[in-house]
Design a protein around this ligand. Structure first.
Ligand code: SAM
Length: 213
């Protein structure tokens, strides 16, 4: 199988550990170097990790399953998404399946235009053991929902370090994604509203799309 935007291997690594042969790529060299530095060496023969862009990847292999977990699809600009879906279709074997999970766009659309900072969780940095306070705030634009993630690390020697990362999600609806999948060549679709395979509804937490070649 192939994972698109594999990042640090949150999904790829357990799949290889479970016995699958997994290809994965990302355009962020730092993510990939974290993955390579932390990947169990005995599993390396079953993993194939490389640097590439979702809008232009070319492999001479076809896959029965191509995955795009953890919201990556909704973060792509529309043109990148369109190019990506065309490449996905080309890289699937006959009757192969593309599976993507994203936050439910309907749930975003129903939120107010602005959400002030709210604490999400406190993480412990595994390397320095210092606590990291994670909070988020959002704003809704005409066709995007922008979440700012704030990370404040309490330094053990006193003081703090701050980092803010903005993630922007397209507010396209399920029907828009299905049209784009159809345009890319897919003919059979299923969607779920969560990982228990509940039917997709406006109030579902997730939008999980499955498309068969
Ligand atoms: C939300 S993270 C998901 C990471 C991983 N799939 C997971 O589930 O933990 C999105 C990943 O997609 C990658 N990405 C975003 N745009 C990309 C692009 N145009 N080409 C390749 N990778 C991309 C990011 O670098 C990031 O690692």
């Amino acid at each position: 199988m192939l994972e698109l935007g594999c990042g640090t291997g949150r999904v790829l690594t357990p799949l290889v550990e479970a016995g699958f042969d997994v290809f994965g790529f990302d355009h962020d060299p730092e993510m990939l170097s974290f993955l390579r530095n932390n990947f169990p060496s005995e599993l390396e023969p079953r993993s194939h990790i490389f640097l590439a862009d979702l809008s232009a990847f070319h492999l001479s292999i076809e896959f029965p399953l191509i995955l795009m977990p953890c919201n990556t699809l909704s973060t792509l600009p529309k043109q990148t998404r369109k190019a990506c879906l065309a490449h996905v279709y080309q890289h699937l074997s006959p009757r192969g399946v593309f599976a993507a999970s994203l936050p439910n766009p309907m749930a975003f659309r129903e939120l107010p235009d602005y959400g002030p900072p709210e604490i999400e969780e406190i993480l412990i940095d595994p390397r320095s053991e210092s606590p990291i306070l994670v909070s988020s705030e959002w704003k809704k634009e005409s066709d995007r929902f922008v979440v700012q993630w704030h990370y404040v690390r309490q330094l053990l020697e006193g003081g703090e370090q701050r980092l803010t990362v903005a993630i922007s999600h397209d507010l396209s609806l399920r029907e828009d994604y299905l049209k784009e999948l159809e345009f890319a060549g897919f003919q059979e679709f299923t969607s779920y509203g969560d990982f228990q395979k509940t039917r997709y509804r406006a109030a579902s937490p997730d939008l999980i799309l499955l498309a068969r070649k």
